[in-house]
Design a protein around this ligand. Structure first.
Ligand code: NAP
Length: 309
């Protein structure tokens, strides 16, 4: 593989919404001395923050072939990931087509752990799972030098955005996860693994990495981790899935995402997230962030006085 240290690495989804892997990854790659071209969908304060970090920021939509052409010009290594969306497959194919045209040397594709258990005859009711499975098929057919990263559920979703109001206002971890066990991972850990791959892609081409968190445990265990991190008792409340999804719809969460989150909850209840691998530690040499440390990092979001002050 040709060593191309002076060319920028393209990082998509760089502004960041739920996990913000692109934003964490930009910081990691810059710290390793790489040039980074960060693709954002819009010009806003997140784009400015990326510039301040030292990234070259380009604005564009991954569903636009012309934008992807512009973003990829002069790049040989690419991270592809973006927020959960019905347009995921179109964006993947745009990136794959342009990456083939430009002859990239490595493309890291962000996928999901559930895809490991999918096949031509086995899917899930989540439209996003199906798009990820199809996206992986397309990338395999493309012949591109792909590295596939399939993380489990992110801490930033089920253990931050989706629970912060309940923890803050009612001291409850309110989730429809029954008695399931799960091994949530921090997006910053996922980004660290992707940075290792993009720093020296050759040994990783063709590999699939399934990334899990620090431990697999049930929600009562994680409620205790919240209690210890926040210094006050937090209980787990198993809420009915139908009420939970109705609330998400009321809050304006798009149907594609509601359907995906509902499927994730159902798969949890079937034990499908009770998994552990050592891929993250093998890649990064570091143990995954545990829930207690994650809650401490985000304590302000879970604390009434901090939010209202
Ligand atoms: N959340 C989980 O539990 C989980 C678990 C495993 C795997 N994953 C996978 O991780 C990926 C999501 O990563 P993430 O959490 O880092 O994403 P994220 O922070 O939620 O979003 C990344 C960015 O994608 C941008 N984006 C969305 N549509 C775009 C488009 N058409 N063109 C250009 N940019 C676009 C968004 O821009 P704006 O903010 O400007 O809209 C957003 O800032 C997905 O592949 C998901 O399936 C997630």
């Amino acid at each position: 593989m040709k060593f191309t240290p002076n060319l920028p690495i393209l990082v998509t989804g760089a502004a960041g919404d739920v996990g913000a892997i692109g934003r964490h990854l930009t910081a990691e790659l810059l710290a390793k001395g790489h040039r980074v071209r960060a693709l954002v969908r819009r010009e806003d304060e997140r784009a400015e923050a990326l510039r301040r970090l030292g990234a070259e920021v380009v604005q564009g939509d991954l569903t636009s072939l012309a934008d992807v052409h512009r973003a990829l010009e002069g790049c040989r290594r690419v991270y592809f990931g973006m927020s959960i969306s019905p347009a995921y497959l179109e964006a993947t194919v745009n990136v794959a087509a342009v990456a083939r045209h430009r002859g990239v040397e490595a493309l890291v594709n962000m996928s999901q752990m559930t895809v490991t258990q999918m096949s031509i005859t086995e899917t899930t009711p989540s439209p996003q799972h199906k798009l990820h499975w199809l996206a992986e098929q397309v990338l395999a057919w493309s012949g591109l030098p792909v590295v596939t990263v399939r993380p489990t559920v992110f801490l930033e979703g089920f253990f931050l955005k989706l629970v912060e109001a309940g923890v803050r206002d009612q001291d409850e971890l309110q989730l429809p996860l029954g008695h399931s066990r799960t091994s949530p991972i921090a997006a910053a850990d996922v980004a660290r693994a992707v940075a290792v791959i993009l720093d020296n892609p050759a040994p990783h081409i063709g590999q699939v990495y399934n990334l899990t968190g620090y431990e697999s445990a049930d929600l009562d265990h994680y409620a205790r981790a919240f209690s210890e991190a926040l210094g006050r008792p937090i209980r787990y409340r198993d809420v009915p899935l139908s009420a939970w999804t109705a609330r998400l719809r009321e809050l304006g969460v798009p149907p594609h995402l509601v359907s995906h989150l509902a499927t994730m909850a159902e798969l949890h209840q079937q034990g499908r997230y009770d998994r552990m691998t050592d891929d993250l530690t093998r890649l990064t040499g570091q143990a995954p962030t545990n829930v207690q440390a994650f809650v401490r990092q985000h304590a302000a979001a879970f604390t009434r006085s901090a939010v209202t002050a």
